[in-house]
Design a protein around this ligand. Structure first.
Ligand SMILES: *Cc1c(COP(=O)(O)O)cnc(C)c1O
Length: 383
């Protein structure tokens, strides 16, 4: 028996990498100045830290530094992108297209805009969680101002064809936003190649800290206009006022740098662990894989289990394995995951689901233990 369960909830958050903490430390104590202070060295040092971080994050997605706007995370970045576009372009049109399987941080701002008189189309997905691109093309209208489709899903890990979606949006002259919270540092991202206009990020899904993220806002070819949602001192080119949190920003860039440097090797390692876990679990009858196996994040496995009660399953696992069912925010409620419902599952199968999120610090030994404990638990519950 373990004193603490094996952490396999990497889509909810991740353990902070020591290297990230190390990069942040001097910016708490030594370089603590306000990066907006221009009159002295304390300000310049902080400014230099922010500049270096901004350059690194921009280059990670083939953007320009001025196109990166720091936010408190992906929730805020999504809100800024979606409400910001709605407010800036409502005279052009009031139709927005998104997808049923998006994170709540996209769905809720869209529903809010609906209450203000915008028309939102929530597109369904195929059985494998992927968006039908013909359906998307057909749904775009004269008055469509924004398409928002996430890069990688936080529950089932499926990766949408962002390059093709970007091409469709560009051809129809519609602004394209993608929530890349689960994708940055895990798959290559290139806002030029993918024709992305707005891209949301967060640090804490890639071993950075909670409370820092960014929004990429395209500045040319074409320039995208958004209305700021937080007014004040005019930081971040007026898009997002508030004193910049230098240590978090520096740590965020370090988290991205590490993830990119180790991406190929780490993806292969995580994929091996994930595939092993799936090979083991699927030996039992009535275990279903949720979402496409190939177009998927390396560290994600999401399954539904027939013949067991969802909350009983989680309860039986939680002393040994920290996983969640559905999304983190809905795992305490008894509501089945809206993502699994969108795949066409019954409430019962959607509830009896497990999301394994394998991360940088998980070992093969842990995955072996996870496989055997999960199998044993399911067998016991089915009896
Ligand atoms: C975690 C997550 C968010 C929210 O990010 P925060 O930084 O916690 O606000 C948004 N979208 C996706 C896809 C996520 O996985």
């Amino acid at each position: 028996m373990r004193d603490r369960p094996i952490y396999l909830d990497g889509h909810a958050t991740t353990q902070v990498d020591e290297r990230v903490i190390k990069a942040m430390m001097p910016y708490f104590t030594e370089y603590f100045g306000n990066p907006s202070s221009n009159a002295h060295v304390y300000g310049w040092e902080a400014q230099a830290g922010v500049k270096k971080a901004r350059d690194a994050i921009a280059s990670a997605i083939n953007a320009e530094p001025r196109e990166i706007i720091f936010t408190s995370g992906a929730t805020e970045a999504n809100n800024l992108a979606i409400k910001g576009v709605a407010e800036a372009y409502f005279q052009k049109g009031r139709h927005i297209i998104t997808v049923e399987t998006e994170h709540r941080a996209v769905i809720e701002p869209c529903e809010y805009l609906q209450s203000l008189g915008f028309e939102i189309t929530f597109l369904p997905v195929e059985k494998n969680g992927l968006l039908n691109l013909e359906l998307l093309t057909k749904t775009i209208r004269e008055d469509t101002i924004l398409v928002s489709v996430m890069t990688a899903n936080n529950e089932i890990g499926v990766i949408q064809d962002i390059e093709k979606i970007g091409a469709i949006c560009r051809e129809n002259e519609v602004i394209f936003h993608t929530d890349s919270a689960q994708a940055i540092g895990k798959i290559p991202l290139d806002v030029q190649k993918m024709n992305v206009d707005l891209m949301s990020f967060t640090a804490h899904k890639i071993h950075g800290i909670k409370g820092i993220g960014a929004l990429y806002i395209r500045a040319k070819n074409p320039r995208v206009n958004i209305a700021s949602q937080i007014q004040g001192g005019g930081q971040e080119r007026g898009y997002r006022s508030g004193t910049l949190c230098t240590p978090q920003i520096v740590g965020f860039a370090e988290a991205i740098n590490i993830a990119l440097k180790e991406m190929e090797q780490e993806n292969q390692r995580q994929k091996n662990l994930r595939d092993y876990l799936w090979q083991e679990l699927k030996q039992l009858d009535g275990i279903y894989l949720n979402g496409d196996l190939n177009q998927r994040l390396a560290g994600n496995l999401n399954i539904s289990v027939e013949g067991v009660n969802g909350s009983a399953l989680l309860l039986a696992l939680q002393s040994q394995i920290a996983v969640s069912s559905g999304s983190a925010c809905s795992s305490t409620s008894t509501k089945p995951s809206h993502v699994l419902k969108a795949l066409g599952y019954s409430d019962e199968l959607a509830r009896a689901s497990l999301r394994f999120g394998i991360g940088r610090f998980n070992t093969f030994e842990e995955i072996k233990e996870t496989a055997s404990f999960t199998l044993q638990t399911i067998k016991t519950l089915r009896r």
